[in-house]
Design a binder for this molecule. Structure first.
Ligand code: C5P
Length: 214
């Protein structure tokens, strides 16, 4: 538990959850952890070490070795890093290696915002405010495609849609901590929303949760 406001923001790739989490962090003056970066760092470090990301023990060793202070590496934002992340994220040993850092962050005395796939279900099931942010796959693919091409990656919209569908199915179908909406999370579908609209809607959800919690 934590005495502060803890906000869990889960959802699939490119749903807008990262932006929503950042806006909520700014609005409430809370630190934000993008937990996807931990899995991206683990996947990229496995690949850099030349180990197979599908080998649970090797991937867990890579996850244990990541530097939590160096999560701003642009290499973690690539299409390849997203795919590597979702492959290493299926291993329970990898999830266990990254568990304590996330729980410690969630338990910060002043509160925190965490975004990921299993924050409301596994990392901070006790969080007083939980959102599950989603959008139609075609909308998410277009958002991600714009991001990737702006970063200089050469990829087609169809390929990104395929990536998104593959990751949704892998993340939602894995045995350990599958991506799931917690029973007490509020669904926010951003398909037809601008960033400002989604951020306002998220804020209202948190305010309603706080009113019930106080
Ligand atoms: O959110 P992002 O796209 O950066 O996450 C990359 C991958 O990391 C996801 O597809 C998922 O497999 C994994 N992940 C996870 N649990 C989290 C955050 C991310 O399994 N809490």
């Amino acid at each position: 538990m934590s005495d502060g406001l803890v906000i869990a923001v889960d959802g699939p790739a490119a749903s807008g959850k990262g932006t929503v989490a950042a806006r909520l962090g700014a609005a409430y003056g809370l630190p934000v952890l993008d937990t996807g970066l931990l899995y991206r760092a683990a996947g990229v470090s496995a690949s850099r070490a030349g180990v197979d990301p599908d080998d649970p023990a090797a991937a867990a060793a890579a996850a244990r070795a990541i530097d939590l202070m160096a999560l701003d590496d642009p290499a973690f934002r690539t299409r390849e890093a997203g795919e590597l992340a979702s492959r290493v994220a299926v291993h329970p040993q990898v999830r266990a290696a990254l568990y304590a850092a996330q729980v410690d962050f969630a338990r910060r005395p002043g509160g925190a915002v965490l975004d990921g796939r299993d924050i409301g279900t596994v990392i901070a099931p006790w969080a007083p405010a939980k959102l599950f942010v989603t959008a139609r796959p075609e909308v998410r693919a277009e958002r991600r495609w714009r991001q990737l091409t702006a970063q200089g990656e050469s990829v087609s919209l169809d390929e990104v849609l395929e990536d998104i569908r593959r990751r949704d199915s892998r993340d939602g179908g894995r045995v350990d901590a599958p991506m799931a909406q917690a029973p007490d999370a509020v669904l926010l579908d951003t398909s037809e929303m601008t960033i400002d609209h989604a951020a306002d809607a998220a804020r209202r959800i948190v305010e309603a949760a706080r009113a019930g919690w106080a």
